[in-house]
Design a binder for this molecule. Structure first.
Ligand code: NAP
Length: 278
Protein backbone atom coordinates (compact mmCIF):
# COMPACT_ATOMS: atom_id res chain seq x y z
CA UNK A 1 0.00 0.00 0.00
CA UNK A 2 1.25 3.45 -0.89
CA UNK A 3 0.46 6.11 1.68
CA UNK A 4 -0.70 9.29 -0.04
CA UNK A 5 1.04 12.08 1.82
CA UNK A 6 -1.02 15.22 1.60
CA UNK A 7 1.53 17.21 3.57
CA UNK A 8 4.21 16.60 0.94
CA UNK A 9 1.92 17.36 -1.98
CA UNK A 10 0.41 20.46 -0.37
CA UNK A 11 3.92 21.78 0.34
CA UNK A 12 4.76 21.28 -3.34
CA UNK A 13 1.62 23.17 -4.44
CA UNK A 14 2.32 26.05 -2.06
CA UNK A 15 5.95 26.20 -3.20
CA UNK A 16 4.75 26.38 -6.82
CA UNK A 17 2.42 29.28 -5.97
CA UNK A 18 5.12 31.07 -3.93
CA UNK A 19 7.69 30.81 -6.71
CA UNK A 20 5.21 32.12 -9.27
CA UNK A 21 4.31 35.10 -7.06
CA UNK A 22 8.01 35.87 -6.48
CA UNK A 23 8.95 35.45 -10.14
CA UNK A 24 6.29 37.91 -11.22
CA UNK A 25 6.74 40.33 -8.29
CA UNK A 26 3.00 40.50 -7.61
CA UNK A 27 0.95 40.61 -4.40
CA UNK A 28 -2.39 38.81 -4.72
CA UNK A 29 -4.82 39.66 -1.90
CA UNK A 30 -7.40 37.40 -0.26
CA UNK A 31 -10.21 38.86 1.88
CA UNK A 32 -11.65 36.45 4.43
CA UNK A 33 -15.00 37.16 6.06
CA UNK A 34 -15.65 35.55 9.43
CA UNK A 35 -19.01 36.07 11.13
CA UNK A 36 -19.53 35.07 14.76
CA UNK A 37 -17.34 33.18 17.23
CA UNK A 38 -17.36 29.55 16.03
CA UNK A 39 -14.05 28.21 17.43
CA UNK A 40 -13.43 25.79 14.53
CA UNK A 41 -14.02 28.56 11.97
CA UNK A 42 -11.55 30.80 13.80
CA UNK A 43 -8.90 28.07 13.58
CA UNK A 44 -9.62 27.47 9.86
CA UNK A 45 -9.37 31.19 9.09
CA UNK A 46 -6.14 31.44 11.11
CA UNK A 47 -4.65 28.53 9.13
CA UNK A 48 -5.66 30.12 5.83
CA UNK A 49 -4.03 33.41 6.84
CA UNK A 50 -0.83 31.61 7.86
CA UNK A 51 -0.69 29.85 4.48
CA UNK A 52 -1.21 33.19 2.72
CA UNK A 53 1.70 34.74 4.60
CA UNK A 54 3.93 31.78 3.73
CA UNK A 55 3.37 32.07 -0.03
CA UNK A 56 3.34 35.88 -0.34
CA UNK A 57 -0.43 36.46 -0.51
CA UNK A 58 -1.74 39.44 1.46
CA UNK A 59 -4.72 38.43 3.60
CA UNK A 60 -7.36 40.69 5.07
CA UNK A 61 -9.64 39.42 7.81
CA UNK A 62 -13.11 40.93 8.28
CA UNK A 63 -14.39 39.68 11.61
CA UNK A 64 -18.05 40.53 12.10
CA UNK A 65 -20.19 40.01 15.22
CA UNK A 66 -22.76 37.21 15.20
CA UNK A 67 -25.53 39.86 15.28
CA UNK A 68 -24.51 41.03 11.78
CA UNK A 69 -27.54 41.35 9.49
CA UNK A 70 -27.84 39.84 6.03
CA UNK A 71 -27.82 43.38 4.56
CA UNK A 72 -24.61 44.33 6.40
CA UNK A 73 -22.91 41.17 5.20
CA UNK A 74 -23.99 41.75 1.61
CA UNK A 75 -22.82 45.37 1.84
CA UNK A 76 -19.35 44.16 2.88
CA UNK A 77 -19.26 41.75 -0.06
CA UNK A 78 -20.22 44.65 -2.37
CA UNK A 79 -17.36 46.77 -0.99
CA UNK A 80 -14.85 43.94 -1.43
CA UNK A 81 -16.15 43.26 -4.96
CA UNK A 82 -15.55 46.92 -5.83
CA UNK A 83 -12.08 47.04 -4.25
CA UNK A 84 -9.59 46.43 -7.04
CA UNK A 85 -6.84 45.64 -4.53
CA UNK A 86 -8.81 42.60 -3.33
CA UNK A 87 -8.52 39.66 -5.71
CA UNK A 88 -10.17 36.79 -3.83
CA UNK A 89 -13.10 36.78 -1.39
CA UNK A 90 -13.95 33.95 0.95
CA UNK A 91 -16.84 33.81 3.39
CA UNK A 92 -16.08 31.23 6.08
CA UNK A 93 -18.96 28.78 6.58
CA UNK A 94 -21.10 27.97 8.44
CA UNK A 95 -22.72 31.35 9.02
CA UNK A 96 -24.48 31.84 12.36
CA UNK A 97 -28.27 31.66 12.26
CA UNK A 98 -30.39 33.29 10.89
CA UNK A 99 -27.92 34.36 8.16
CA UNK A 100 -28.45 32.65 4.81
CA UNK A 101 -25.25 31.70 2.98
CA UNK A 102 -26.86 31.46 -0.49
CA UNK A 103 -27.38 35.17 -1.25
CA UNK A 104 -23.90 35.85 0.11
CA UNK A 105 -22.15 33.25 -2.04
CA UNK A 106 -24.11 34.45 -5.09
CA UNK A 107 -23.12 38.07 -4.41
CA UNK A 108 -19.34 37.43 -4.55
CA UNK A 109 -17.97 38.53 -7.92
CA UNK A 110 -17.42 35.25 -9.85
CA UNK A 111 -13.90 36.47 -10.69
CA UNK A 112 -13.12 36.69 -6.96
CA UNK A 113 -14.93 33.47 -6.00
CA UNK A 114 -11.92 31.46 -4.75
CA UNK A 115 -14.14 28.80 -3.13
CA UNK A 116 -15.98 28.23 -6.43
CA UNK A 117 -19.44 28.41 -4.82
CA UNK A 118 -21.03 31.04 -7.08
CA UNK A 119 -23.72 29.47 -9.33
CA UNK A 120 -21.90 30.87 -12.39
CA UNK A 121 -18.71 29.03 -11.46
CA UNK A 122 -20.61 25.87 -10.50
CA UNK A 123 -22.20 25.94 -13.98
CA UNK A 124 -18.81 26.43 -15.60
CA UNK A 125 -17.46 23.51 -13.59
CA UNK A 126 -20.12 21.20 -15.04
CA UNK A 127 -19.82 22.54 -18.59
CA UNK A 128 -16.40 23.72 -19.66
CA UNK A 129 -13.69 26.23 -18.99
CA UNK A 130 -13.97 26.65 -15.21
CA UNK A 131 -11.53 29.29 -13.97
CA UNK A 132 -11.72 28.06 -10.38
CA UNK A 133 -11.90 24.52 -9.11
CA UNK A 134 -13.46 24.00 -5.67
CA UNK A 135 -10.60 23.64 -3.19
CA UNK A 136 -11.21 20.25 -1.55
CA UNK A 137 -12.05 18.27 -4.72
CA UNK A 138 -9.24 20.05 -6.59
CA UNK A 139 -6.90 18.92 -3.82
CA UNK A 140 -7.98 15.31 -4.36
CA UNK A 141 -7.24 15.62 -8.08
CA UNK A 142 -3.80 17.05 -7.27
CA UNK A 143 -3.13 14.00 -5.04
CA UNK A 144 -4.23 11.56 -7.76
CA UNK A 145 -2.01 13.35 -10.30
CA UNK A 146 0.99 13.48 -7.98
CA UNK A 147 0.84 9.72 -7.40
CA UNK A 148 0.16 9.02 -11.10
CA UNK A 149 -3.10 7.26 -10.32
CA UNK A 150 -4.75 6.66 -13.66
CA UNK A 151 -8.41 7.64 -13.71
CA UNK A 152 -9.39 7.22 -17.37
CA UNK A 153 -11.90 4.43 -17.81
CA UNK A 154 -11.71 3.54 -14.11
CA UNK A 155 -14.71 3.06 -11.85
CA UNK A 156 -14.85 5.90 -9.33
CA UNK A 157 -17.30 5.78 -6.44
CA UNK A 158 -17.86 8.94 -4.42
CA UNK A 159 -19.54 8.74 -1.02
CA UNK A 160 -21.43 11.98 -0.33
CA UNK A 161 -23.32 14.44 -2.54
CA UNK A 162 -22.71 17.79 -0.87
CA UNK A 163 -22.18 20.96 -2.89
CA UNK A 164 -18.79 21.40 -1.24
CA UNK A 165 -17.27 17.97 -1.83
CA UNK A 166 -19.31 15.16 -3.37
CA UNK A 167 -20.92 16.88 -6.38
CA UNK A 168 -17.93 18.93 -7.56
CA UNK A 169 -15.72 15.88 -6.98
CA UNK A 170 -17.90 13.98 -9.44
CA UNK A 171 -17.53 16.77 -12.03
CA UNK A 172 -13.75 16.68 -11.73
CA UNK A 173 -13.55 12.89 -11.93
CA UNK A 174 -15.74 12.97 -15.06
CA UNK A 175 -13.24 15.41 -16.55
CA UNK A 176 -10.55 12.82 -15.77
CA UNK A 177 -12.58 10.31 -17.82
CA UNK A 178 -13.52 8.12 -14.87
CA UNK A 179 -16.87 6.34 -14.79
CA UNK A 180 -18.46 7.98 -11.78
CA UNK A 181 -21.07 6.83 -9.27
CA UNK A 182 -22.23 9.11 -6.45
CA UNK A 183 -23.58 7.43 -3.33
CA UNK A 184 -25.52 8.99 -0.45
CA UNK A 185 -27.65 8.05 2.53
CA UNK A 186 -30.39 6.55 0.33
CA UNK A 187 -28.08 4.40 -1.82
CA UNK A 188 -29.07 0.73 -1.85
CA UNK A 189 -26.38 -1.95 -1.46
CA UNK A 190 -23.77 0.69 -0.73
CA UNK A 191 -20.98 -1.71 0.39
CA UNK A 192 -21.32 -3.67 -2.88
CA UNK A 193 -21.21 -0.48 -4.97
CA UNK A 194 -18.08 0.67 -3.13
CA UNK A 195 -16.40 -2.71 -3.61
CA UNK A 196 -16.53 -2.15 -7.39
CA UNK A 197 -14.50 1.05 -7.16
CA UNK A 198 -10.99 1.38 -8.52
CA UNK A 199 -11.00 4.80 -6.90
CA UNK A 200 -13.11 5.26 -3.77
CA UNK A 201 -13.52 8.81 -2.45
CA UNK A 202 -15.33 9.19 0.85
CA UNK A 203 -16.86 12.46 2.12
CA UNK A 204 -19.51 11.32 4.58
CA UNK A 205 -18.28 12.54 7.96
CA UNK A 206 -18.83 9.29 9.91
CA UNK A 207 -15.73 7.83 11.57
CA UNK A 208 -14.68 4.40 10.21
CA UNK A 209 -17.68 4.24 7.87
CA UNK A 210 -15.63 2.62 5.09
CA UNK A 211 -14.67 -0.85 6.19
CA UNK A 212 -12.28 -3.28 4.49
CA UNK A 213 -15.10 -5.35 2.93
CA UNK A 214 -16.15 -2.22 0.97
CA UNK A 215 -12.75 -1.89 -0.68
CA UNK A 216 -11.62 -3.63 -3.87
CA UNK A 217 -8.10 -5.05 -3.51
CA UNK A 218 -5.59 -2.54 -4.87
CA UNK A 219 -8.08 0.36 -5.00
CA UNK A 220 -7.06 3.97 -4.40
CA UNK A 221 -8.97 5.11 -1.31
CA UNK A 222 -9.21 8.84 -0.69
CA UNK A 223 -10.57 9.86 2.70
CA UNK A 224 -11.97 13.40 2.75
CA UNK A 225 -13.98 12.91 5.95
CA UNK A 226 -12.98 14.46 9.24
CA UNK A 227 -14.73 13.68 12.49
CA UNK A 228 -13.79 13.62 16.13
CA UNK A 229 -13.74 10.39 18.13
CA UNK A 230 -14.98 10.31 21.76
CA UNK A 231 -11.32 10.41 22.93
CA UNK A 232 -10.86 13.71 21.07
CA UNK A 233 -8.70 12.31 18.26
CA UNK A 234 -9.44 13.11 14.63
CA UNK A 235 -10.71 10.31 12.41
CA UNK A 236 -11.44 10.00 8.74
CA UNK A 237 -14.32 8.05 7.19
CA UNK A 238 -12.06 5.08 6.52
CA UNK A 239 -11.14 2.30 8.94
CA UNK A 240 -7.48 2.99 8.23
CA UNK A 241 -5.86 0.04 10.03
CA UNK A 242 -7.97 -2.59 8.24
CA UNK A 243 -8.26 -0.86 4.87
CA UNK A 244 -4.50 -0.31 4.59
CA UNK A 245 -4.10 -4.10 4.26
CA UNK A 246 -6.31 -4.10 1.16
CA UNK A 247 -5.99 -0.75 -0.63
CA UNK A 248 -3.32 0.06 -3.20
CA UNK A 249 -3.22 3.72 -2.16
CA UNK A 250 -4.65 5.35 0.95
CA UNK A 251 -4.78 8.85 2.43
CA UNK A 252 -4.29 9.26 6.20
CA UNK A 253 -6.38 11.54 8.42
CA UNK A 254 -4.94 13.91 9.44
CA UNK A 255 -2.30 14.65 6.82
CA UNK A 256 -4.17 13.52 3.70
CA UNK A 257 -6.82 15.68 2.03
CA UNK A 258 -6.93 18.34 4.78
CA UNK A 259 -3.68 20.15 3.92
CA UNK A 260 -4.58 20.07 0.22
CA UNK A 261 -7.67 22.26 0.66
CA UNK A 262 -5.66 25.26 1.89
CA UNK A 263 -2.96 24.73 -0.75
CA UNK A 264 -5.61 24.85 -3.50
CA UNK A 265 -7.03 28.04 -1.96
CA UNK A 266 -3.60 29.62 -2.47
CA UNK A 267 -3.64 28.44 -6.07
CA UNK A 268 -7.15 29.86 -6.57
CA UNK A 269 -6.16 33.24 -5.13
CA UNK A 270 -3.34 33.46 -7.67
CA UNK A 271 -5.85 32.50 -10.39
CA UNK A 272 -8.19 35.25 -9.13
CA UNK A 273 -5.36 37.78 -9.40
CA UNK A 274 -4.76 36.70 -13.00
CA UNK A 275 -8.46 36.94 -13.87
CA UNK A 276 -8.43 40.56 -12.76
CA UNK A 277 -5.28 41.43 -14.66
CA UNK A 278 -6.11 40.02 -18.08
P1 NAP B 1 -22.29 16.89 4.33
O1 NAP B 1 -22.79 18.11 3.63
O2 NAP B 1 -22.82 16.56 5.68
O3 NAP B 1 -22.53 15.65 3.36
C1 NAP B 1 -22.35 14.34 3.81
C2 NAP B 1 -22.80 13.38 2.74
O4 NAP B 1 -22.66 12.08 3.25
C3 NAP B 1 -24.27 13.57 2.33
O5 NAP B 1 -24.40 13.55 0.94
C4 NAP B 1 -24.96 12.38 2.97
O6 NAP B 1 -26.04 11.84 2.21
C5 NAP B 1 -23.85 11.36 2.98
N1 NAP B 1 -24.11 10.38 4.04
C6 NAP B 1 -24.39 10.61 5.33
N2 NAP B 1 -24.63 9.45 5.97
C7 NAP B 1 -24.51 8.47 5.05
C8 NAP B 1 -24.67 7.07 5.08
N3 NAP B 1 -24.98 6.42 6.20
N4 NAP B 1 -24.48 6.38 3.93
C9 NAP B 1 -24.16 7.02 2.78
N5 NAP B 1 -24.00 8.35 2.69
C10 NAP B 1 -24.18 9.07 3.81
O7 NAP B 1 -20.71 16.94 4.50
P2 NAP B 1 -19.56 17.60 3.59
O8 NAP B 1 -19.52 19.06 3.83
O9 NAP B 1 -19.62 17.09 2.20
O10 NAP B 1 -18.29 16.97 4.31
C11 NAP B 1 -18.11 15.57 4.37
C12 NAP B 1 -16.93 15.26 5.26
O11 NAP B 1 -15.77 15.83 4.68
C13 NAP B 1 -17.03 15.86 6.67
O12 NAP B 1 -16.40 14.99 7.58
C14 NAP B 1 -16.21 17.14 6.56
O13 NAP B 1 -15.65 17.53 7.79
C15 NAP B 1 -15.14 16.70 5.59
N6 NAP B 1 -14.55 17.81 4.82
C16 NAP B 1 -13.20 17.84 4.76
C17 NAP B 1 -12.58 18.84 4.04
C18 NAP B 1 -11.09 18.85 3.96
O14 NAP B 1 -10.51 19.90 3.76
N7 NAP B 1 -10.45 17.72 4.08
C19 NAP B 1 -13.33 19.80 3.38
C20 NAP B 1 -14.73 19.72 3.43
C21 NAP B 1 -15.32 18.70 4.15
P3 NAP B 1 -27.44 12.66 1.99
O15 NAP B 1 -27.13 13.70 0.95
O16 NAP B 1 -28.36 11.61 1.49
O17 NAP B 1 -27.79 13.24 3.32
Amino acid sequence: MTLIEGKTVSAAVKERVKKEIERRGIEPCLAVILVGDDPASQIYVGNKQKACAAVGIRSLKYKLPKETTQEELLALVDRLNANENVHGILCQLPLPKPLDKRPVLSRIDPKKDVDCFHPYNVGKLWSSGAAFLPCTPAGVIELLNYYNIDCAGKRCVILGRSNIVGKPMAALMLKKDATVTICHSKTANLPAVCAEADILISAVGIARFVTADMVKPGAAVIDVGISRLPDGKLSGDVDFEKVKEKAGYLTPVPGGCGPMTIAMLMQNTLTAYDLQHT
